[in-house]
Design a protein around this ligand. Structure first.
Ligand code: HEM
Length: 332
């Protein structure tokens, strides 16, 4: 009898503390991978199957979903604020400079949310959908996997100014970009590893044109850009017009998640100024680029670690925020 009481006590304690062993504390709230195990055991499978279908239809979607999570987390934390449409006094983050005519994937998130609402109503947050979809996208493109801590809740607001100011711009200096990462609790290792996301996906001409024609205001191209690569880019990214023309961020293996992005940087074939400065402006980031270019394994391991860290930026937990029924609008 005494033995079974002790056993029972042991089991109850174990169940109570287990989540803490796999979780991250931010603002007193905890995220942990098993968050939906009892309330919506199918959640991750549902996200995965819809992401897989979307990426099979459009391989670029893997990149777009990965980027959505980043643009969400850098503004008020990972709280799905990026998904809200403008309504009443709320101005959508979709209108910000980094997002306008650029971020995509909202329909895929809608489809995932509808499927989850059918399976387990008002249980799985839009913020968690973004985190899981980013992981699944990475895996589908050939990248590393990781266990996603869960339990984020959805914001009841958005921040256009936060979106404009916190998300680094492609023409920001190395120092500004690093500062923007540090403001989110991320460091230079996270910056270099997460920039490795640019191993997949596309950029518009308007995001790097300056490098082709007028890098420093003296009508000269950027000399840290390989000149024959620059000449190729100029054919479809003219001095004026063609703003929306698309170019692979990694021209060697545009839809495969691998370390060729870092190899490109070392041969001065990074597409964005913000990519190339990782090797031209700072010794520590240059060393990191060299290490990731040498070892895909090291890159994958650090990428996974940094994604978990990014996914833990200021989540709403407990009773803060809400579980939206529709990712595009607040419940009331
Ligand atoms: C380090 C600072 C960063 C800057 C300045 C930056 C900037 C950009 C720009 C300008 C584009 C092209 C957008 C367009 O022309 O429409 C882009 C695309 C992309 N970015 Fe970044 N980015 C940064 C970091 C990151 C991070 C941390 C991630 C993910 C964790 C990420 C993921 C992506 C992806 C996957 C794409 C391609 C999206 C698509 O094809 O739809 N970026 N980024």
């Amino acid at each position: 009898m005494a033995n079974s009481i002790i056993n029972l006590f042991f089991i109850i304690t174990l169940v109570a503390v287990a989540p803490l062993c796999f979780s991250h504390s931010t603002n007193g709230g905890y995220l942990y991978p098993q968050f939906y195990d009892r309330t919506c055991p199918q959640a991750q499978q549902i996200v995965k199957s819809i992401v897989a279908k979307a990426v099979a239809n459009d391989p670029r979607m893997a990149a777009s979903l990965l980027r959505l999570h980043f643009h969400d987390c850098f503004v008020k934390g990972c709280d799905a604020s990026i998904l809200l449409d403008s309504a009443g006094t709320l101005t959508s983050e979709k209108r910000s400079n980094p997002n306008r005519n650029s971020v995509r994937g909202f329909e895929v998130i809608d489809e995932i949310k509808s499927a989850l609402e059918r399976e387990c109503p008002q249980t799985v947050s839009c913020a968690d959908i973004l985190a899981v979809a980013a992981r699944d996208s990475t895996v589908l493109a050939g990248g590393p996997t990781w266990v996603v801590p869960l339990g984020r809740r959805d914001s009841k607001g958005a921040s256009l100014s936060g979106s404009n100011n916190n998300i680094p711009a492609p023409n920001n200096t190395f120092q500004t970009i690093l500062t923007k990462f540090k403001l989110q609790g991320l460091n230079i290792v996270d910056l270099v590893a997460l920039s490795g996301s640019h191993t997949i996906g596309k950029s518009r001409c308007v995001s790097f044109r300056q490098r082709l024609y007028n890098q420093t205001g003296k009508s000269r191209p950027d000399f840290t850009l390989d000149q024959s690569y620059a000449a190729q880019l100029r054919t479809r990214c003219p001095q004026s017009g063609g703003d929306q023309n698309l170019f692979p961020l990694d021209f060697v293996s545009p839809t495969t998640f691998d370390n060729t992005y870092f190899k490109n940087l070392l041969s001065f074939k990074g597409l964005l100024n913000s990519d190339q400065v990782l090797v031209t402006k700072n010794q520590e980031s240059l060393e990191l680029v060299k290490r990731y270019a040498e070892s895909n394994e090291l890159f994958f391991q650090q990428f996974a670690e940094s994604m978990v860290k990014m996914g833990n930026i200021s989540p709403l937990t407990g009773r803060r925020g809400e579980i939206r029924k529709n990712c595009r609008k607040m419940n009331s």
